[in-house]
Design a protein around this ligand. Structure first.
Ligand code: SF4
Length: 364
């Protein structure tokens, strides 16, 4: 796998999807010696079930561990330190990780209880947990979701769980962006397996999940977070820590030259999409007929951006989306299924950032 590769898989069998992404990335060859220690670093910001949109699904851990054990890796661990004010042990239980740990005989490591050492992260001193620094290969497993302070959160910010609580507090006093960028210099993040199943609209602890039913694979954490911006209707310039990390040499924001590897097509779209009241308030501006999850989720994120800028108003014609519109005509739609409409945005699925631009120009 190359640094500019982005692997994408759709579906609802999350464990199998994780395995397929790791097979395509040929992760075993990337890790090398079977004796190496490999850690899984999920996002367990708080004690909450992954269906709420804040934490990494246990199925992705199960698939990753099965893949690694099948390829002869035995020195495995799951490590995380929840946010200040929550308890990692409770978070392990709430997300179903104890069952995964028991089933595969892989230990859970609470980084809130770990010792730490201070490192120079290109001009900024940052303390990193000792067990994190001792790992040979780190699989970063963030949730793609919104964040009330940094706007988005994924690969780079998930590394904040690798530092002690006193350092997390200091990061907040420094405004988060600069320290998160510098943390990217020292935090190990060799492969990134993104939980893009149902991340939250705008809060890292969850509460308003947006169904996307995707798992993504990256080598480059900056490319990962830049792609997340595309998926949620932002630009990398909207999120200061992403550009800062690029300048520090952590990775590239160049999604225009990324190599997209699609392992399948998103052809879900028949089931009911569960929504909280907040998501429903955005969905009322749409009419969907058999929309694929990632397509519809992208539209929800795009509508949230338009809502942020005060552009959602009563009386707008509904935006049509979904396979049920193939071959039909209509007023306005997004995705190639609505190509017969008077106004239609190409793409299958189109990115949220493109939906925002299209709707700003054409939705009257
Ligand atoms: S354009 Fe149609 S087929 Fe393509 S992702 Fe959207 S709903 Fe699915």
């Amino acid at each position: 796998m190359n640094k500019n590769d982005i692997i994408i898989i759709h579906g609802t069998n999350y464990k199998e999807m994780a395995i397929q992404v790791l097979e395509r990335a040929d992760l075993a060859s990337q890790i090398g010696e079977r004796t190496k220690s490999v850690a899984l670093k999920p996002n367990l910001v708080t004690a909450s079930h992954p269906s709420n949109g804040g934490t990494t699904h246990s199925e992705l851990l199960a698939g990753t561990i099965e893949y690694l054990q099948d390829h002869g890796f035995q020195n495995l661990s799951i490590m995380e330190g929840s946010w200040v004010g929550d308890n990692t042990q409770s978070a392990f239980s709430a997300a179903g990780y104890r069952e995964v740990s028991r089933r595969y005989n892989v230990p859970l490591i609470d980084l809130q209880k770990d010792s730490y050492t201070e490192y120079d992260a290109k001009g900024m001193k940052i303390a990193l947990c000792d067990k994190v620094a001792a790992v040979d290969y780190m699989i970063n497993m963030p949730v793609l979701k919104g964040h009330c302070q940094t706007t988005i959160t994924c690969a780079l910010k998930n590394c904040k769980g690798m530092i002690p609580n006193k350092e997390k507090r200091r990061f907040h006093t420094l405004g988060l962006h600069k320290p998160i960028a510098h943390l990217g210099v020292i935090a190990p993040s060799h492969f990134i397996l993104v939980d893009n199943i149902c991340g939250d609209l705008d809060f890292e602890e969850g509460g308003n999940p947006v169904t996307m039913n995707r798992v993504l694979g990256f080598i480059d954490p900056v490319l990962c977070d830049s792609y997340v911006c595309d998926c949620m209707g932002y630009s990398a310039d909207d999120i200061p820590y992403i550009r800062m990390a690029e300048k520090l040499g952590v990775g590239s924001t160049d999604t225009a030259h990324a190599n997209f590897i699609y392992l399948n097509e998103d052809r879900g779209g028949k089931g009911e999409i569960k929504m909280t009241r907040r998501v429903q308030s955005l969905a009322k501006f749409t009419v969907q007929k058999d929309a694929c999850s990632a397509c519809y989720g992208s539209l929800i994120y795009a509508l949230d951006r338009l809502n942020d800028s005060g552009k959602l108003q009563k009386g707008l014609p509904p935006v049509c989306i979904g396979q049920g519109y193939k071959g039909q005509s209509g007023e306005i739609g997004v995705g190639q299924c609505t190509c017969g409409f008077a106004k239609s945005l190409k793409g299958c699925p189109p990115k949220a950032v493109d939906m925002v631009a299209f709707l700003e120009e054409n939705w009257k």
